[in-house]
Design a protein around this ligand. Structure first.
Ligand code: NAD
Ligand code: UDP
Length: 326
């Protein structure tokens, strides 16, 4: 198949492109390089089935493809809050452009949605039927509401135009190819540990997240994209949670990272950012039943691989991590 991956030079997108090429597909990787980098796909550039396009999804584009994975959107709070208007445009105009393309060339389209559609959840763990608790006017809204509207657009193009859609609600994912200055917690803690710096904990560190290793997530995305509708019961078009249900506090994460990096644990506390969700854990019953998918890589194993990746990069000059100080 010929497959388009928007945001393909980013963290998750670059792993997805590699996996799709390994499966024998042709891959068009489209990216504006806001948080992605050529380096992430450097090893793919020699593959004759791989094409890299610099393009912004807020502009329309016409490409003949059979499947579209729409991942274009900064995912780290520091990056998506840098230019919030642009973040909304990327989610909304990007989604409209990609759905228009899918409609025109009759491609199947998968949207990389997010656990952020649940906001600061009052139901725990979060099943897909939970509608969420999102602040529509806060500093995270550009991302959360942008992604919620993208889901609305997906469902309306499906109902109105019969576009064949899949919606993945991705929970916190980590692994190699995250940016060192990405600002997300796993990369921050690893880079800080390796440099012998204090680990920056926001708030008390009692808030929880559930971390999925990127290889598991990519398998889930590909399974969801390729699951076929089965009779009336198998509603493949409704959202599916993809994530690892093992939940940790940020303090526990800090302890694991310091231990696995072989460093003494030293913490520095910062204020909790506004609207930071207190808890998050996916209910993956639907993914298990529909796709037969569940994560296989435990946190400690994934952290070892990710620490090894960042240790390799520390040989090169890498930038300071981004820390939110207000
Ligand atoms: P990332 O920031 O590493 O990747 C996003 C990619 O999109 C980057 O390569 C960036 O340059 C590109 N991009 C951004 N705006 C663009 C635009 N207007 N036009 C073209 N390209 C653009 O983030 P990631 O962690 O790889 O996330 C990928 C997708 O998965 C995002 O849509 C994100 O919202 C979603 N997601 C990620 C996580 C996670 O934990 N990593 C969780 C939930 C959802
Ligand atoms: N966090 C932290 N220290 C950091 C970066 C993040 O304690 O250096 C916290 C953050 O406040 C949040 C959790 O870690 O509670 C996960 O943050 P991240 O930005 O990785 O993802 P998200 O909040 O989008 O789930």
């Amino acid at each position: 198949m010929r497959i388009l991956v928007t945001g393909g030079a980013g963290f998750i997108g670059s792993h997805l492109c590699r996996r799709l090429l390994n499966q024998g597909h042709e891959v068009i990787c489209l990216d504006n390089f806001f948080t992605g980098r050529r380096e992430n796909v450097f090893q793919l550039l020699d593959n004759p089935r791989f094409e890299l396009l610099r393009h912004d999804v807020i502009e329309p584009i016409l490409l003949e493809v059979e499947q579209i994975y729409n991942l274009a959107c900064p995912a780290s709070p520091i990056h998506y809050q840098y230019n919030p208007v642009k973040t909304v445009k990327t989610s909304v105009m990007g989604m409209i452009n990609m759905l228009g393309l899918a409609k025109r060339v009759r491609a199947r389209i998968l949207q990389a949605s997010t656990s952020e559609v649940y906001g600061d959840p009052e139901v725990h763990p979060q099943p897909e039927r939970y509608w969420g608790n999102v602040n529509p006017i806060g500093i995270r809204s550009c991302y959360d509401e942008g992604k919620r509207l993208a889901e609305t657009l997906m469902m309306d193009y499906h109902r109105q135009n019969r576009v064949d859609i899949r919606i993945a609600r991705i929970f916190n994912t980590y692994g190699p190819h995250m940016l060192e200055n990405d600002g997300r917690v796993v990369s921050n803690f690893i880079v800080q540990s390796l440099r012998g710096e204090e680990l920056t904990i926001y708030g008390t560190g009692e808030q929880t997240r559930s971390f999925c290793y990127v290889d598991d997530l990519v398998e889930g995305l590909i399974s969801l994209m390729n699951v076929e509708p089965e009779g009336e019961s198998g509603n493949v078009h409704a959202p599916v949670n993809l994530g690892n249900p093992n939940e940790f506090t940020m303090r526990e994460l800090a302890e694991s990272v310091a231990e696995l990096a072989g460093r003494e644990l030293r913490l520095r506390y910062h204020p909790l950012p506004q609207d930071d969700p207190r808890q998050r854990r996916p209910d993956i019953t639907r993914a298990r039943n529909l796709l037969g998918w569940e994560p296989t890589i435990p946190l400690r194993e994934g952290l070892v691989k990710t620490i090894a990746y960042f240790a390799g990069r520390l040989e090169e000059a890498i930038p300071e991590v981004a820390v939110k100080t207000e």
